[in-house]
Every structure is written in structure tokens, then in C-alpha cells.
Design a protein around this ligand. Sequence first.
Ligand code: MG
Length: 383
Amino acid sequence: MKIECIKTYHLRCHLEQPFGFSQWYYNQRNVLIVQVIADNGESGWGECYGPADVIQAAVEKFYAPRLINGACMSTDALWHTMWRASLDFARGGVMTAAMSGIDMALWDLRGKALGQSVSQLMGGRLREQVPCYATGMYFLDLPEDQLLTHLVDEAKGYVDEGFRAMKIKVGKNPEFDIALIRAMRKAFPQMILAADSNHAYDLCEATKVAQVLDDCDYAWFEEPLSPEHSAQFRQLSDKCITPIATGECEQTRFGFQRLLKEGGVDIVQADLGYCGGPSEALKIRTLASSMGLNMIPHVWGTQFNLASACHFLATAYHEPGRREEKPLFLEYDRTENPLRDVIFTKQVDVSNGIATVPTDPGLGVEINENAMRSYVFAETETK
Ligand code: MG
């Protein structure tokens, strides 16, 4: 099987209700979808996390021409062909995001060709179901007292849907964040709660917030600090017991080695649509494991990234592991996004907060190309 054609689709939708986090507000969602078509007509699909228009150019202009006629099954060889082609001037960023979506599509294609799911290709499932945590509680443009009430109400909806874990956004300002952390714990004494600042704090602020997370028994503190200040993670970690999670802004085994060697990171959160793809994610997991850490992917996108992360967690071995295993929760974004929901005819099944790992060949999810059409903002084709 040879690669005959690589297509990309920049999908865009406008949101009915804009929402924000510590860095900016969204009023639309964009994603770059990659389709790799083999000479037998079979297709593999993937997606890239990051600015879709820029990544689209990287796939079309740079990587796709180098991959045409490549052997579809040789995912690792193709990855290193792409890596060496761009190493001199792009050891990360949007170029690596472009590689990630192509690599994800190649894993989907290889699975379909072999009649095996991606989790079988990754070495075999250790579990058929993966518990999810609801990602939501983004900021709305409301007075803070109304916002706090709104966020607690939103969280009640996830509890009613059966989730037993969820993640809130912090990083608006420390006073509001601390009030929100306490209000959520008071409203949901039994829930597994996590907080994500998206690198909004300096070390002093992060330390203050971490002490409140300790008091309120949160499960992790996500991106408390900038990934550019990796030495500060150790300093923060020395002052709190809440596990520190980070990695959605980091890429490749090389980048993660630099981030993790300083210490202070407890949970590794590479995104399979950004870190270099499933091929590189497996290497990052090996690196994390060698340091005694678990990798739990970041997921923000469509069913392709969700399914990739679900297969990845189905195959995850715990560090250190025990008979009554600690759950590794799949991130399940609950914000408005038709690009994740309505254009897929086959999705990852999530019921009562638990995902069933797809068993169909490849990623095991299916996009409806006709439904996708109404969201295509720009597309490319390389033969
Ligand atoms: Mg995050």
C-alpha cells in the first residue's frame, strides 16, 4: 500500500455562546483534519491541534509532497522522514502539529489495512473502558458573582450525566479562582476535581492557589506555570501535595525530556494531535514511565483526537501499577463544538462518564463527509 493522495480540511464553526479561559475568548472553533488516501482507495483520518490555517500550509506545502508514494504501513519510518526534513529549522511548533495529524491518519489507515484497532496496534488493550472527566466550566462574560453561580450550575449538569470527575478553569484572577475552587468542593464533596490555569500564574500566585487545592483535595493542578519556566515546577511541587500536570504545550520526546528532567511534574499531558502524533506519544510515554510518571493525554478537538487518546489510555500501563488500579481519566471536552459531535456518524461511546474503547479497525470513528462539507473553510489536495 502506497500513499496516493493527502487531503486537508480546515473546518470552522461559529459558536452560539463565546467562552473564555485564562488567555482569551473563543467565538469560533477551528480544526485541521488530515485524510491520507492509499492506492487501494482506503483512507486514514487524523487531526492537528493548533492554528488550522498555518498547519494546513505545513501539511500541503512541506510534508505531503515528501510522503506521496511512501509505504502506508511504515508509520515510524515516515515519521522520521518528516522529522529529518524539518529538523534544521523546526523542532516543534506548528510543523510538529502538522506531522501529528498525518501520523494519526497513518495509524488509522494501518489499522484499517490490518483489520485491527489502534489499541491493538499499540500493543493491546489492558482495559475495554476508560473513565472520563468532563472538561468545562469555561468563563463567560458575566459579573464574577453570577459567573461563579453559573459555573457551579454547569458542573451539576455533568454530575447528573454520571461523570465522577471534572476539571474547572482557573487563571482568571487568584481571588476569583480561590473562591471558585472552594465553591466547587463545597457543592461536590465526593467528586474528583481538577483545576487548570493554562499557565496563567507566576510562582507566588501558583503557590497560593496550590495551597487551596491542597485544602480542598483536588486531584491535580494543571498548567500552573509557563512551560518556559520548567525549573519553577520543582519549586512549586516542593510546596504542595496536589499533583502537578502539564505538557499540552510541549512536543516530542526531546521536548518532554527537557521539561521533565527538572522535576516537579507528576502527570504528563501530551496531546496526540500536537506532540508528534501517536507514534511520538508512545515514545513520550516510555520516557515518562522511565521517570516513574504516567502520561494522560490532553484532548481538545474532534472524535479523531478523542479516539486516539482513548486507545492510548486503553493500552496505558501504570507507574508503578497495582491490583486495584488508579483510574487514568480521558479528557472529555463538553463545550459547544459541532465539529466534535454532529459531523461524526460513529463516535467514541461515552455513557455515565465512561468511554468504551472502540474496537473497529483503525481509530474506530467515522466522519460523515457530506456533513463535514458545510464546515469546510479551506481544503487542499496533494497527489
Ligand atoms: Mg489544559
